[in-house]
Design a protein around this ligand. Structure first.
Ligand code: PRX
Length: 685
């Protein structure tokens, strides 16, 4: 059975498995077992040579490991955790059984009492096992030809310098630090430096507006904000310091005063002298951090001490501070990275996500570095200066594992086709083309469709390349230790082929432990809809072969280019506009973005519909949330379809937005059915 040893890559073979006596598992095993038995044309089988060298080479091996992980979670996860350095071994390994809110508080704990440090395990441990001179991070800048790299030794030095600086400036274990940085190396460095001293980082995606940043500052009251002056995204320069200035001065007025803003001078984007500066508060990173010592003792923390906070959207207007702790998250991200990507030490790995989202936390920073991997960090946009940039980068660094969002694949496929068609008679970068062709056209590389969430910390349902055939569009089977359940509206678990609400039974090590400052919301949002289960908010079906197919959110959350956005947040941004009386937002299918934001807006009385008003409404969303949440369409609404009790019927709005006008369904329960005709009449205005 593959197990993690020191560098997480060697294997150790056990000849005995624990007894299989769980009824639940037998059912599961049968469901999955059927998958191998039948033989569909829609499957894509793993290449045999690839499979043979994989950590999990076939379905039988997966079943063995999966069975073990479900029947004996403590034993299985101990084995996974053993490869890490623990200052002190945990006492009780797992407290994962009870997710039933009706039986008391939800309290998830893994490796409780174990003392460790995730930064030590990412860096020092890999260096001690001989990988100090291996490249940890290749960094590729926005502009071609601007790049850098750090070995594990160098990365540790940089992390220690910043950690020392933070300590000197009063940051202690348990304090929070907000990091508002684009994809510079300083972003993972900052995360690791916080982790090293036991501080709780909260990375805010650098596409969020000043108001969103302010909201997060007020919520988590950081000791320090780490940022940079500006960033180049393609040809655009974005002045991040201005955004931070405005967020900090607003939060000060609301009682949360941050005394130190450590600012990295990102000179290719903006010179220091062009940056607005507040002497008492702002400090240039380059002036202070390099002077600090490259040795910094580790703050040993309990496995259940918080590691980071990451805000995400839910169905209300207020973002949720998802809290992850140290030990379980560490073991889970490392294991999922190793198995789902079939990681080998020779791999060069590139994940295009930004560290401002969970994917960047788990699969740009922690998962790969815990495995001692070489990670590529790209500052820029995928299609700048041309659609070939991604494939050029892949070629330049000889990337062997490429992890990205479907939106990027879709946009590059579109651009790629144009590039191919447009390139007749003149050269197109052949290596990039070949790679593109092989991945998108010939399936030489296995494609893993990973289902998970900010809340889950790591992959939950994911292919293990090599272990079983793929079905395009299906996330396939659960990762070790994960027991998905599809339940009906009443919360009854369904068996076999079915579709319903995707839940998870019992906890897994990477699960979030609470919503920061609001454990009650944690319990009601996730554990009360279907007692006994964690409810994901997603719809899902399972086919006759046991494959899982995600069908999208069933709540008021939309997913725009992989960014999770709450409709309520967009609505409150719209109604904050003085000329907007009411707004209702729905998600609509979009060719590249997956979903886009479609807003129905009722202006205040007497205000005329105009293109200018549309622009200024969109601007209101940009300044309240960020450009990524800007609505694609504003649809004028003299009124909104409401029930007699005043509830907006979004089902009808979704149909109007997607122009499925003959599928409006029953409109007789509306307070004013004429509203629907008015909306249809205004569809293209
Ligand atoms: O709706 C699901 C969708 O993304 C949501 C989680 O968003 P977030 O917390 O921002 O994390 C994104 C990165 C994991 C889920 O509730 N989602 C995630 N993965 C998939 C997916 N939908 C379909 N297929 C997936 N593989």
């Amino acid at each position: 059975l593959p197990a993690m040893t020191n560098n997480l890559t060697t294997t150790n073979r056990h000849s005995h498995l624990p007894a299989r006596n769980s009824a639940v598992l037998k059912r599961k095993a049968v469901v999955i077992g059927e998958a191998v038995a039948s033989d569909d044309a829609d499957r894509i089988f793993p290449d045999q040579d690839f499979a043979q060298q994989a950590h999990v080479p076939d379905f039988g091996k997966y079943l063995e490991m999966y069975t073990w992980s479900i029947e004996d979670p403590a034993g299985f996860w101990s084995e996974m955790a053993d490869g890490f350095y623990w200052k002190k071994k945990w006492g009780q390994q797992v407290n994962s059984e009870n997710l039933d809110i009706t039986k008391g508080n939800i309290k998830i704990e893994w490796f409780k009492g174990g003392i460790t440090n995730i930064c030590y395990n990412c860096l020092d441990r890999n260096i001690e096992s001989g990988n100090g001179e291996k490249i940890a991070i290749h960094w590729e800048g926005n502009d071609r030809g601007v790049d850098d790299s750090l070995t594990y030794n160098q990365l540790l030095d940089r992390v220690c310098q910043l950690a020392n600086y933070l300590k000197e400036n009063g940051v202690k274990k348990g304090d929070s630090v907000i990091i508002y940085l684009p994809m510079l190396m300083e972003l993972p460095i900052s995360m690791l430096a916080c982790a090293r001293i036991g501080a709780v980082h909260s990375v805010v995606f650098a596409g969020f507006s000043a108001e969103s940043l302010e909201q997060r500052i007020i919520d988590c009251k950081p000791k320090i904000v780490i940022t940079c002056n500006a960033v180049k995204r393609g040809t655009k320069v974005i002045n991040l310091k201005d955004i931070v200035d405005s967020a900090l001065s607003e939060s000060s007025q609301n009682g949360v005063h941050v005394g130190l803003c450590l600012t990295y001078a990102n000179e290719p984007a903006m010179k220091r002298e062009d940056t607005k500066w507040q002497k008492q508060r702002d400090v240039w990173w380059q002036d202070v951090v390099p002077k600090c010592s490259t040795k910094c003792d580790v703050e040993w923390v309990d496995a259940e001490d918080p590691l980071f906070l990451l805000y995400t959207s839910g169905s209300t207007g207020k973002p949720k501070g998802v809290l992850h702790t140290t030990g379980g998250y560490m073991v889970y991200t490392a294991a999922t990275f190793k198995y789902a990507f079939d990681y080998k030490p020779s791999d060069i790995y590139w994940c295009t996500a930004d560290c401002g989202w969970i994917t960047g936390h788990s699969y740009v920073a922690y998962g790969p570095l815990l495995n001692g991997a070489t990670v590529l960090v790209y500052e820029g946009v995928p299609n700048y200066p041309d659609p070939g940039r991604c494939w050029d980068i892949v070629d330049k660094y000889k990337v062997t594992i490429f992890y990205t969002a479907p939106t990027l694949v879709r946009s590059l496929m579109r651009d790629g086709n144009e590039a191919i068609l447009g390139s007749v008679g003149e050269p197109i970068n052949p290596s990039a083309w070949r790679w593109f062709y092989n991945v998108v056209g010939d399936s030489r590389c296995p494609i893993s469709d990973t289902w998970w969430q900010t809340e889950t910390g790591g992959f939950m349902i994911t292919p293990l390349p090599g272990a079983w055939p793929q079905k395009p569009g299906s996330a396939t089977f659960p990762f070790f230790g994960v027991q998905p359940a599809i339940v009906d509206e009443k919360g009854k678990e369904m068996e076999g082929e079915c579709s319903g609400y995707l839940c998870v039974k019992t906890s897994w090590p990477g699960a979030f432990r609470t919503l920061f400052g609001d454990h009650e919301r944690y319990e009601t949002t996730y554990f009360s809809a279907f007692p006994g289960y964690y409810f994901s908010g997603d719809g899902c079906s399972r086919d006759k072969d046991g494959y899982y197919w995600l069908t999208g959110r069933v709540d008021d959350v939309i997913n725009v280019s992989g960014h999770r956005i709450g409709t309520a947040e967009v609505e409150s941004a719209l109604v904050s506009h003085p000329k907007c009386a009411e707004a209702a937002v729905v998600g609509v299918e979009h060719e590249v973005k997956g979903q886009c934001i479609y807003a129905f807006v009722t202006p205040v009385e007497g205000v005329e519909y105009s293109e200018d008003l549309k622009k200024s409404l969109v601007l209101s969303v940009r300044t309240n949330i960020g450009a990524f949440a800007a609505p694609d369409k504003i649809h004028w609404a003299p009124g909104l379809p409401k029930t007699r009790s005043g509830k907006i019927m979004r089902r009808i709005l979704r149909k109007i937005a997607s122009r499925q006008l003959d599928e409006l369904g029953d409109t007789s329960t509306l307070a004013d059915p004429n509203v629907v005709d008015q909306l249809i009449a205004l569809a293209d205005s």
